[in-house]
Ligand binder design. Sequence first.
Ligand SMILES: C[S@@+](CC[C@H](N)C(=O)[O-])C[C@H]1O[C@@H](n2cnc3c(N)ncnc32)[C@H](O)[C@@H]1O
Length: 714
Amino acid sequence: MGKGRRMKKQGPPAPLDESKISMLKKRKAGEADSALKVVAKKRRRSDAEEKIVPKKVAPKKNKVNGAVASKTDKQEATGKKKPVPMDSDEEDLDMKDDEFDDLDGVSEGSMASDDQVEGLSDLEDDDDGLEDDSVVDSDEDDHPRETMFSDDEDLSDAEEKLTAANIEGLSRKLDAARRAEEEEAEQELQEAALQTNIAGDGPDVFADQAQQGLTPDLQLLRQRITDTIRILGDLKALGQPGKSRAEYVDLLLGDICTYYGYSRFLAEKLFNLFTPMEAFAFFEANETPRPVVIRTNTLRTNRRSLAQALINRGVVLEPVGKWSKVGLQVFESPVPLGATPEYLAGQYILQAASSFLPVMALAPQPNERCLDMAAAPGGKTTYMAALMRNTGTVIANDASKPRAKGLIGNIHRLGCKNTIVTNLDARTAFPKAMGGFDRVLLDAPCTGTGVISKDPGVKTSKDERDFLAIPHMQRQLLLAAIDSVDHSSKTGGYVVYSTCSVTVEENESVVQYVLRKRPNVKIVDTGLGDFGSPGFISYMGKKFDAKMALTRRYFPHRENVDGFYVCKLKKTGPTPVVKPTDDTASARDRRRPARASSQAASSDDEIDKTPIVDEDGAAMDFEGGAFGPFEETEDADRIARAERNRLRRKGLNPKAVLNKPKKAKGEASKPAKPSQEQQTEAEATKKASNQGKGEKKTVAKGDKKEKKAKKTAK
Ligand SMILES: C[S@@+](CC[C@H](N)C(=O)[O-])C[C@H]1O[C@@H](n2cnc3c(N)ncnc32)[C@H](O)[C@@H]1O
């Protein structure tokens, strides 16, 4: 997959229609069909029309088309909509908070640990009962290599015709949606006219503040939200005299929390990413699920054959968008998508559309050596294996043992034969266990603010400490990812960092941190074209590297995909070994430089002294802290500072709270409630310093082994 080739050939998807935002305003709470979906369908319809009109469908396909059309007719006539029965567990459900708790499989730094062997044998019990090899062989016979892979390279006319045939079946349904949309737009226009009449004398949104605290009338609340947003759009003309912007924002945030159920902390964090109007569209989009998407596994079939097979089962689908050759969006399915023969044969995987993007940006090539650092449940790993055409090697690692088992299941089902699964804590294991990769994907554990529609629990479960502890971990992982790449790789030398979160702390700030720590990397274009929006180059007074604009952000309300962030880095020079000092010795033990060989360096002679050059080939000077190890103390300072600020915002005196003398053990009759400081420490230790957990486990395992050896010796 050449960089940007698809985008060049097909062009990016249509930009966000402004009417989407205004239409979202119209949607009433609890409505089944979202306005977003209607807009998306409208866009799809025009695509479909383009395809249907000029193209002649082959006779065999007409038959299929006929079948689909009559099915759709029937559905329309009965007025019944068939939901898309989903797989019980969507493969790509990204892990968030609980991942910190179940890193129980963190093993010693060896590659093929006992745990993995255990995992593999467990699979025979856990998996769907698929005899994997037989499936691979028969499928491979049916789909000659060239045919299979051609789908991933170029969109043939025949395929377009086929998908057009299915789309034709959809068009009636879309006509109905369009009519509904037109009626809605008309109504909206009338209301807007009404509102314009009162402009200049904006609604008194503060009037019913007295009602706060009572059970809110959601419709009134929604009206006040839209009114406040409108006022904020033109405060001078619509605002009440004596009322400041801050007061309106404060009221709006309170209403958003009540209406959508966010904690004040998270609502504010997300609100600050957008204009008030756009923030509203974002919060609205989080209330509706994203479209169901499947990714064709080109190791087993091609998109055309898969679409055909599913259409024959009555599934209504179409290509996910021009930006992907392997994605199919499913509108309706009379059968559970996680139980079709095609699913069981590994011809597709349920995968959110946004999850394709980091792998497309990574663009792994056949015969390369690649690492997927946080891989479970394997949506991206299996895509990598497919792009590499089952050649070369993919090391798919995950620190969670139960999740690694799921990963193994998907790897088997999808027939990935170039993939090895490891169960290690990537922060400490790489590049010590293995380095010198051509490409590394770090799809990092995150807070999940991009997937709130899938996991509404995020609205209230994430607090300030999560936004310190999780980025802390992300920074550690990204440094390890960079150090694991071979800068002199002939074909690669790339790292892709991605999260399913939209916050700056987890995205641009993490990248900025590693740019400072690793001057031997630079941000490069993701190759994803214009799809998505550029990363922030500044945010709330913070300035980021100008190239941060090359990173991509995706939002539910803009692209109708899960919120996502993708950054591609190119390693331009080796990572020198840091000479051990008292402070850094232990850190160095945990972090080795990336080299073609994975053997650990043991003396200064082994320090890679190749000069690191900038883009113009000039040697770069890295005095002053660059290439340091991950600095726990630096992060501890950062966390302590944030904690002090948090207390101040709460109106507490940090000195008084944090310096409160701790009672000696046993002093109190009742167990004392942990102080703020203790809580912070405990959480930071639990969430951010899982490293310690891994190390303790390693030590514990070591002790056990030692005892066993002694016993045997006796
Ligand atoms: C966002 S999910 C990955 C999703 C996966 N890339 C996919 O596409 O299916 C993050 C993963 O990171 C793993 N993880 C968390 N901490 C880790 C660590 N220190 N080292 C390696 N993996 C870790 C979690 O177990 C979780 O499976």
